[in-house]
Design a protein around this ligand. Sequence first.
Ligand code: C2O
Ligand code: CU
Length: 492
Amino acid sequence: MKRWAVGLVGLGAVLVLGSAGCSDAGAGAGVAGSGTDTGTGGQTGTETTSSSETAADTETGDPADLPGEQPRPELQSPAEAEDLDPDPNAVRVSLTAAPLAFEIGGEMVQGWAYNGQVPGPTIRVKRGDTLTVEFHNGLDTDTTVHWHGLRVPFAMDGVTWQGQAVGPGQDFEYSFVVDQAGTYWYHPHVDTDRQVDLGLYGVIVAEDPADPVPDRELVVVFDSWNEFSFDSDDESDHHGLDGAVIEWTANGLIDPVFPAAAGERIRVRAVNVANAGYVALSWPQMRHIGGGQGVLSDLREPASVVLVPSDRMDGEWLVGDGFDVIGLPYSLLGAPAVDEERRLFEVEVDTPGPGPAPLDYPFDGAEPTPDPGWTDVLYVFHGDPHTGYWTINGELFPDVTIETMPLGEWGIVELRNVSQSAHPFHLHGHAFEVLSIDGVPPEVRRVEDTLDVAPYSIVRIGVLADNPGDWMAHCHILPHVDGGMMTVLRVE
Ligand code: C2O
Ligand code: CU
C-alpha cells in the first residue's frame, strides 16, 4: 500500500470534498470495480471476502508515474444485463447482490457488487417498456434496490419506510413500467451510505425511440475512493468517513484511456455515484443534451457540467481530436476551490480530423415555467460538520414531520440552505422542474430529480404530485443522510 498511497495522495485531494462542510461526511468514497486487463467493461472480480493479500503491495506503482511498467487500462462501458424476456416491450433481468473482492488501481477492495461486477450491469430499456428485476440478496444483511430518478409505484421504490427490506438470502421481484427516457441508476436504500460505498450501484439506460441513433454510446460511472476503501480485509471497516478522497475512477479505473476515431458521434451517459464527491466535468467537444430526466428543452454548451452525487449527464460528443476529460477543482462551500485539476480519463484519437455534424435531438424549446411566487412546502437545510448532524426543518430522520401534497396538484417546494455545505436535494417518485435558483430562472427548462442547493441559497422547484406514496426527500450526500438529512413528502 505504501508506495502506491503516496502516489495517490500526490495526485489526490483534488475534486472537492473532504474538509468542506462535510468533513467527516465529505470523504464519500464509492467503490467501483474491476481489474486492469479483461475485455468487458465493469470487470468481474473473485467471489471471496477473505484473502486480500494479493499483489500490488510492492510492485504496483502509480500508472501515471510508471508508464512503462503498467499499460493504461482501457475505458469501456460496463457490461449490460441480459434481457431474459423475448417480449420486445418487456425487459426481465436477474440481479444478485453479493460480496466481491475487486481491484482498484492494483489495490484489493473487499466490497459488494451486483452480478459480480462494479459498476453493476447496465440495465437497458426503452421508454414504455415494462422492467422486471428478479432480485436476490446474497448478502448477510438486509438490502433493497432503489431506482433513482424513475417514477415507480411506491411499493417498488426500494425503501423501508412503510416497507420491507429484502432479507439475507431472500428474493424480491421489482416490476414497473418505465415511462421515461434518460439515464438513471440503481442502488440500495438500506444503510445506503455504506452499501453504495461498498460497490452496489449500476446504470439504467432508458432509450427514447425519438432520439437519433449515435455511432456509439459510452456509459461512464464516476466514483471516489478514500483511504478506507483499501487496506482492509474487513468490509465493515473500509467504510470510513474521516478519510480524504484520494482517488477518482471512471468505471472502476484510475485514469484510463478511451480510444475514439475522428468523425464519431458518441452518446455519453455519465453518472456520479460518489457518496459525497462532486465532479465538475470539463469535456471538450461535448454538447450537453440531457440532464437528470432525459433530453433538455435546448442544447447547452457550458464550459463544464457539475455532477453532484447521484447526478447524470447526457451528452453528444462530436469527436475530432484527442483530449483529457478533466475534473475541475470545486468547493462544496461555495468558496473558491483551491485544488488542482485531475484527469478522469484520456481520449485517444490516432488520426485527428474534423468533428462530425451534430445529430438532430428533439429539443422542444420549452421555456422554464415562471415561478408563481407562492410556496406549498418549505424545507430548510441546516447542520454542523463538527457534530455530523444534518437536519431538514430542524428534524432528524426518522423523527420527521410529514408534509403533504394533494394528489394531482402542482405545487411549489422551496429549498433553503442555511448551512455551510452544499446539499444535493433528491425527491423520490417524482421529477421536478427547477423554477429558480436564488431568484434566477434556469437558462433552459430543467427537469430533474436531484438538484444542488448551494450554501445559503434558495432554490424553488415545481412538483406535479401525480404519484401517490410516502416519498423520501433527502440530501444525496449519503453521509448527510446518515446524519439525519432525510424527510418524507406524502402525496395523497
Ligand atoms: Cu439515489 Cu433516496 O436515493
Ligand atoms: Cu447534505
